[in-house]
Write a new protein. Structure first.
Length: 109
């Protein structure tokens, strides 16, 4: 399943993956379409315990929204921080999205 998702990424996932792959972002290793438990997350940085999700319009529907909440609770119980961006947010404000990821991967000492 995860392999199929990697082969069929959305244009939005491709756009963000360009910036996250090959340790281009702060020399951190990100994985895409990676299974954690029974869920497959869009992007994950194990080192920082960060999950990044890109959401399309279907995520605003009640049923999907409830599923996202359950999923997020599970991931949080595993120690992950989750950040969600809307697809149009990535298109309209890529710098802001990268800045937010930068904040979340910064060292908080």
């Amino acid at each position: 399943m995860a392999r199929n998702l990697r082969k069929n990424q959305t244009p939005y996932e491709n756009k963000l993956w360009y910036w996250l792959r090959n340790k281009r972002f702060k020399d951190l290793k990100f994985r895409r379409q990676y299974p954690i438990g029974k869920y497959i997350v869009d992007f994950c940085c194990f080192e920082k315990k960060l999950v990044i999700e890109l959401d399309g319009g279907q995520h605003s529907e009640t049923k999907q929204s409830k599923s996202d909440i359950i999923r997020d609770r599970y991931l949080e119980s595993q120690g992950y921080k989750i950040v969600r961006f809307w697809n149009n947010e990535l298109n309209e404000n890529l710098d802001g999205v990268l800045e937010k990821i930068d904040e979340l991967t910064g060292d908080s000492k």
